[in-house]
Design a protein around this ligand. Sequence first.
Ligand code: ADQ
Length: 479
Amino acid sequence: MQRLVVVSNRVPLPSEKGPRAGGLAVALADALVPGSLWFGWSGRRAARPGAEPAVQTSDDITYATIDLSDTEYRQFYAGFSNSVLWPLLHFRLSLQHFRAEDYQGYRAVNRRFAAALARLLRPTDRVWVHDYHLIPLGAELRALGVRNRIGFFLHTPFGPPAITQALPHGNALLASMCAYDVVGFHTETYRTAFVDCVREMLGGKPDGDGRIGFGTCAFTAIVDPIGIDAEAFARMAATSSRGAESQRLRASLGDRKLAIGVDRLDYSKGLLSRMDAFGRLLERYPHHHREVSFLQIAARSREDVNDYRDLGEELNRIAGDLNGRFSEFDWVPLRYMTRPVRRRTLAGFYRFAHMGLVTPLRDGMNLVAKEFVAAQDSADPGVLILSRFAGAADEMTDALIVNPFDADEIAEAMHRALTMNLEERQERHRSLRQRVWHSTARRFCEVFLDHLGRDEDDLPASAGPDQTEGASLASFGGA
Ligand code: ADQ
């Protein structure tokens, strides 16, 4: 049997305890089959990280991880990945902080990952690489002579040439993506943008059927929206809503309606304009005072990147200001938490909420939108307010779709959600539920692995431009 090898920047080790924010771990946890190998960073920093991965097995899944040095962490993770690629991929060009040494560090860590992984690979393994930290990993593996089928899935948006051209070393990175056999995106918009970039920036040749030729490579670009295990999440929400934490929340609200937002504390999630919108709702519709409480959970993340620290401070200020302006002695409109909350607890909170606010400025997919829908009680469902710039908006068209840059429009949608009759809430929920049950985590994995398993006889053509030992990276744009 062919083994699945998953590669991601951060491997969530089975020994780790506590709540974690992050979509990838959640989606893959549902889909890794026994016998698989998960390779990546341990999350630890070491003074002198060893070249050999540490290996542990749990529930018949093998976890192979390497540590990063402080310099690698700074350059590869906090630097190029999260201070250049992340803002660029979310269309925030002016938030890029490019330093040449960070790029070199990014390439070096990808080389180190490739060298450690290549030693673990068996000839028939299928390798599935995830996300923007590891864009050049496939090209590095090819340069080491690896001939396995290798796929790459990007969990973020992908911008058109006008955006992607602003990425320092953009041509080299784009070219390195062509070393994969399959490249996957959440939506057709991102896939089309990628194909346009390969054509315009590299002179690649798409054939119209999703196959793209570039140099001696031929690969496939696919659309494969990620989802959740909807059935399991719904069950968890029903159970958790009867649990102690949900009951405490319910008791604290009295007969007020709950609005909920759950995100990582990230500038892509649109938290500032969401809080602004809540203030405008209260300003414009005083009769909603004391009728609604907004619980925003924004788990702190990437705190060693300055822009995240600045955003945290700004949110503290705005949250304090909003509560100062509108609170009454027995009602606090906004409850703002920056600690992560367990997924099970969140599921119960969603079920109980009258509206869910998912208003990112740009988001690859956004799984909170799907979790919110899965958690609802179909007899009395809450309303989802969803940004048109979340990948999820492609599928979830019966949410109240808003422009996240327009706080007035979000405020109006909140008003509409608070006053929506039961029949309309049920109708919208029925259609959203269908989409969430259709496009699950399992389906996401099946579709990708199906594409990765195709063209088995086609290896020499699709396995990269040069399989000889010591093959140069130059054909992929070089380091
Ligand atoms: P993220 O940006 O991390 O993921 P998202 O899709 O919202 O965003 O996934 C978050 C996951 O972590 C969800 O399961 C959610 O419940 C959980 N989570 C989020 N905030 C939390 C909090 N405050 N406390 C506890 N748990 C929290 C990236 C992309 C997304 C894409 C996913 C998967 O940015 O666009 O949907 O990968 O591809």
